[in-house]
Design a protein around this ligand. Structure first.
Ligand code: FAD
Length: 664
């Protein structure tokens, strides 16, 4: 995969512009509006499913642009990138191509919550995405701003229900018709930019906002409930003006781990990777923030911003006197800019410079582009179903920041799934759902459509109830097979590779089970391993692999005839062995819930005082709806599988207690 030649951006633009004149006259199965992270995955996925697809975006040269941090992945987000890749999406391979500093975050914790992350070269990332879309069969690209969504009048038998028929571009052009439309306008819907006391219309610096016609159609014509959110970005600093010796060096991993299951190596060689640096804020930074508040209109607004990626102003106001981390990250292999992660700010540019210069490593800092904030409209995502289709408008799908999320990975994951479903709907195939038990994408979509958002939503591993089985290492086994066999969005080449991996892992696990020795013999065989005294009798190789100090390589060396063929999968087998007991328990819980579907729930249950771990939100829903059976509870919006397990355990425990009391 990484041997693929990526053409320079100029040749891509030349090819696209030759196509544009006749594109508008055709009819498409799917039109995707917006060429950001959601839009590019949506367009590529719809095409892979077999739909004749058109991607319309304001500027072709910003397709695949990283609006903020040049990085991909991280804790929770890395899981999404691996899952998008497992479904044959683009961003994982683009990350492998453009990464210049790879690291696995959270490595001190278990592999289920490791966060694969890469610092990216902005230009290369964009170049890869653009080249990938250009070579995608059935996909055409058109530069233009969509002014209006075309919808039918509501059906008199189903008031309020519309059907999408196409789009109209700004400038009074002819309509372009389509079976389905995927809207991925990011921060551009009624977008306003903020810097100091200045406000101007914009979706991001240098780009106009989405037309007012679009917001009008969504709000007035389709009657959708909308909200407003905000985010911001830090100033970009000239690299030569940074004193890196005043900060702490953070080298990349010595062996970069690719995001994509198709790649064994990243494009950047291990020794070519660039370092990042860590420094901290100090009281001087706090002072500049406080003294500039009256000149900072973004921070004075009530609109909700990203809680987990806040501006420096929000951090200082929330945690006064605390030292805050500032990561100094390269913007590209040959870029002369540094991205100061943690210093997103919206004060006037002269004060931004003053603030930076309070930090020793940035005492001589020069700003290339000042930081700024953006506020934008989003559509309350509870108005969508699990296929990301607007419930009241047949054929209209929404994905990305327009649904109230923040982050490239969250956008890409939704985009892929909306693209898949738009294509399936347009081709008269049933839409599909990914469940919380099989993927983080399922968790993300379920959270959005059942709970909605009150602040920008980002993914965390804590949001997934079935973390032990939803690991980054096994996303291919969870999703690639389904993606090919049921969904139709995975190529046969990737499918064949996933089948080979699955079969080899199964064979290796069976071989490990077949290696059996008594505890005494294991001690002879692996003298450096402390084999538990508590374990007596026969133990299998799989059980031994669960020990912290046993690696697959050690077992393969001890039993080369049956295990050495599987050395390629050493790390995956180790992780599989460690998590196997947890996964077996989880699977039993899932099956138990399915078996107890018809169990009656007492109608007089006081959900507010149940002595089990249920969130206030879950208690309120259960109290309000009072489901009659466990099965009915599982289908309620906002009730998580973990809550169902707690409820099931409580009711079974109470029943047993009651029976004991009756007997005595
Ligand atoms: P975008 O990447 O915004 O793409 C939207 C696309 O739609 C663009 O290509 C645009 O040109 C196109 N478009 C819009 N309207 C139309 C139209 N009418 N017709 C045709 N095309 C249209 N995320 C974080 O996780 N952390 C952060 O700190 C952070 N800070 C940010 C700061 C700023 C200033 C901005 C702008 C974004 C920030 N983000 C941050 C968000 C991150 O960029 C988004 O989450 C991500 O890009 C969303 O992807 P998307 O595909 O939904 O939208």
């Amino acid at each position: 995969m990484l041997t693929k030649k990526v053409p320079p951006l100029e040749s891509f633009l030349a090819l696209v512009s030759r196509h544009t004149s006749h594109l508008a006259r055709q009819r498409y199965d799917v039109i995707v509006v917006g060429g950001g992270h959601a839009g590019t995955e949506a367009a590529a996925a719809a095409s892979r499913v077999g739909a004749k697809t058109l991607l319309v975006t304001q500027k072709i040269n910003t397709i695949g642009a990283l609006s903020c941090n040049p990085s991909l992945g991280g804790v929770g987000k890395g899981h999404l990138v691996k899952e998008v890749d497992a479904l044959d999406g683009v961003c994982g391979r683009a990350g492998d191509w453009a990464g210049i500093h790879f690291s696995i975050l959270n490595r001190r914790k278990g592999p289920a919550v490791w966060g694969p992350r890469a610092q990216l070269d902005r230009q290369r990332y964009r170049q890869f995405i653009q080249s990938e879309l250009l070579s995608t069969p059935r996909l055409k690209i058109l530069e233009g701003s969509v002014e209006e969504l075309l919808v039918t009048e509501p059906n008199p038998e189903e008031p309020g229900h519309h059907r999408i028929t196409g789009i109209r571009l700004a400038g009074g052009s002819l309509p372009i018709s389509a079976g389905c439309v995927v809207l991925t306008t990011g921060t551009f819907l009624s977008g306003s930019l903020f810097m100091g006391q200045t406000t101007s219309p914009g979706g991001r610096m240098g780009d106009a906002p989405s037309s007012t016609g679009m917001s009008h159609t969504l709000r007035e014509r389709l009657g959708l409930k909308m909200g407003r959110l905000r985010t911001g970005t830090p100033p970009r600093i000239v690299k030569d003006s940074v004193d890196f010796h005043e900060a702490t060096l953070h080298p990349p991993d010595s062996q970069p781990s690719p995001f994509s299951f198709l790649n064994r190596h990243t494009h950047c060689k291990p020794e070519e990777q660039l370092p990042c640096y860590l420094t901290f804020t100090n009281p001087g930074v706090d002072n500049v923030v406080r003294q500039s508040l009256h000149l900072n209109c973004h921070i004075q607004q009530d609109t909700k911003g990203p809680r987990y990626c806040p501006s420096i102003e929000a951090r200082v106001l929330r945690f006064p006197g605390r030292k805050h981390q500032v990561w100094l990250e390269p913007e590209g292999m040959t870029s002369d800019l540094i991205y100061p992660q943690g210093l997103s700010m919206t004060m006037p540019p002269d004060l931004q410079l003053r603030l930076l210069r309070e930090i020793p490593a940035l005492r001589r800092a020069e700003i290339q582009t000042p930081g700024y904030g953006v506020q934008y409209d989003f559509v309350c995502p509870t108005q969508l179903n699990s296929a990301l289709q607007v419930k009241s408008t047949q054929g209209l799908f929404l994905a990305g920041q327009i649904n109230g999320t923040t982050g490239y990975e969250e956008a890409a994951a939704q985009g892929l799934w909306a693209g898949v479903n738009a294509a399936r709907a347009a081709l008269s195939m049933p839409t599909m759902v990914l469940s919380r038990t099989e993927s983080y994408i399922g968790v993300l979509i379920d959270d959005l459509v059942t709970r909605g958002v009150t602040e920008p939503y980002r993914m965390f591993t804590s949001r997934a109830e079935f973390r032990a089985s939803l690991r980054p290492d096994n996303a291919d086994l969870r999703l690639t097979l389904k993606g090919f066999e049921e969904v139709g969005c995975v190529s046969s080449m990737r499918y064949k590779e996933a089948v080979r991996v699955r079969d080899s892992l199964n064979e290796a696990l069976a071989a490990l089970q077949d290696v059996t020795l008594s505890t005494t013999n294991w001690r002879h065989k692996l003298p450096h391993v402390h084999v538990s005294e508590a374990k007596t009798g026969i133990q299998t190789g799989l059980e031994l692999l669960q020990y912290n100090d046993v690696s697959f390589e050690m077992l393969a060396t001890a039993f080369p005839e049956c295990l050495s063929a599987y050395r390629e999968f050493a790390q995956r087998l180790k992780i599989e062995a460690v998590y196997r007991p947890h996964c077996v328990l989880q699977q039993k819980e899932i099956e138990r819930i399915q078996k107890e579907e018809s169990m009656s729930l007492p109608q007089d249950l006081d959900y507010f005082s149940l002595p089990v771990s249920l969130s206030q939100e879950v208690r309120e829903i259960l109290d309000r709806v009072r489901p009659s059976t466990l099965g009915a509870a599982t289908r309620l919006q906002g009730i998580t599988p973990a809550a169902i397990v707690h409820l099931l355990n409580y009711v079974l425990h109470s029943e047993r207690k009651q029976k004991r009391m009756q007997r005595s």
